[in-house]
Design a protein around this ligand. Structure first.
Ligand SMILES: *Cc1c(COP(=O)(O)O)cnc(C)c1O
Length: 389
């Protein structure tokens, strides 16, 4: 397909490739060329491209009921909420269409909770380099340096502290604070773990101070780190949790979950035309069933370790700065700003990878990626790394 792209708004610079088909870890362009995909829609296609269970669930639901309005209950919506409750330890869900929308809902819920239960507290302590989405409030909650000065004035009430600095969090919590919000591993920042020790201390601190802990697991949730949710590595439950990306396995579905006593929305406070529609929630059910099937998460952990080992060997060979992350959310620290050049060279070799920052590469393959596909990634990447090192 020789296309002109002029009818699309420019929101990012894309390669001139037009993708037409996907299968597992592979994407195909209009010329029949195949690409090994370690981006997977930014950690969205957790079961790979067009998995049969998802295609089947969507087809069956599309032929049964697509949308009956958020003013009515539908069967997949109710079932998914029940399944998430059982899996997460949190009591109630609100479904939405994007991660940003789920986080926007979390912010509103925390502000309402603060208004009702903490004397009008409305501030949410957030973290430098954090990423929570692209609506105005979630951009304001994000700590992306490049967004400073953009779309001003931002939504107030999101003081920022450095990740890992418990004393700074403690100092930032005051009478106006309703919550602390963070990603357990900062994804867009370049796969920067908050650290298990810090997360546990933060849970204790928020409890001691009587403020809510909001975990944005839009990138780390749904098995990405080898547990269904990242906080399950740590043995505590947040007060509010947001999910997106992998939850729909590729279709637009996100969720805001909370503990019973935090669920203070009243009719009219929150909603949305498409929220909880049966087509998307049926997809979510199919994904959740696949990810929680016996042995699935153990395989994510094993494949993640295999990929991490391979990347660590690559790092040693080329004098890079090592590997970070967990499960199948990993980054290779390049130690120099050659990420974009590597992404471009990899594309030419039929390999899709991502550089969230110029000095690192991020790997977020399908959770079903095979060892052979990992070997293929490493074999393609090795000479390219040699060329830039
Ligand atoms: C992708 C992402 C978001 C935003 O999700 P959208 O679906 O793009 O709105 C929010 N938080 C985190 C941690 C993310 O990775």
């Amino acid at each position: 397909m020789d296309a002109s792209f002029d009818a699309l708004m420019t929101i990012t610079s894309r390669p001139a490739t037009v993708f037409v088909r996907g299968e597992g870890s592979w994407l195909f362009d209009g010329h029949g060329r195949r690409y090994l995909d370690f981006v997977q829609g930014w950690a969205v296609n957790c079961l790979g491209h067009c998995p049969l269970v998802l295609a089947r669930a969507l087809c069956e639901q599309a032929a049964t009921l697509i949308n009956c309005s958020p003013a009515f209950y539908n069967a997949p919506m109710v079932r998914l909420a029940e399944a998430l409750k059982a899996a997460s330890g949190l009591d109630r869900s609100f479904f939405a269409n994007s991660g940003a929308e789920a986080n926007e809902g979390a912010i509103k819920l925390a502000r309402k909770w603060g208004a009702l239960h903490r004397g009008g507290a409305h501030e949410i302590v957030t973290f430098e380099q954090g990423f929570h989405g692209r609506t105005l409030a979630t951009m304001s909650a994000s700590g992306k340096a490049a967004w400073k000065g953009l779309f001003e004035p931002k939504v107030p009430g999101f003081p920022k502290v450095p990740l890992g600095d418990l004393a700074a969090v403690e100092a930032a919590i005051g009478p106006d604070t309703a919550a602390v919000m963070l990603e357990p591993i900062q994804g867009e920042a370049g796969v920067i773990p908050a650290g298990d020790g810090f997360l546990k201390e933060l849970r204790a601190l928020t409890q001691a101070k009587g403020v809510l802990l909001i975990l944005d697991e839009i990138q780390t949730g749904m098995g990405r780190t080898g547990r269904l949710f990242h906080y399950q590595h740590l043995g505590f439950t947040p007060d509010i949790l947001t999910l997106g990306k992998g939850l729909g396995g590729g279709v637009p579905l996100s969720a805001l979950l909370a503990r019973e006593d935090v669920c203070c929305f009243e009719p009219g406070d929150q909603g949305g035309t498409f929220n909880g529609n049966p087509l998307m929630t049926a997809a979510g059910l199919a994904v959740l069933e696949a990810v929680t099937a016996p042995g699935f998460l153990e395989r994510v952990t094993a494949t993640g370790a295999y990929l991490a080992e391979g990347l660590a060997a690559l790092s040693r060979r080329h004098g890079f700065g090592g590997v970070r992350g967990r499960g199948l959310l990993l980054a290779l620290d390049l130690g120099r700003p050659v990420g974009p050049a590597l992404v471009e060279a990899a594309l030419a070799e039929g390999l899709l990878i991502n550089a969230p920052r110029p000095e690192c590469l991020r790997f977020m393959p399908a959770l079903t990626v095979s060892r052979e596909e990992v070997d293929s990634l490493l074999a393609t990447l090795d000479p390219l790394c040699g060329a830039v090192a």
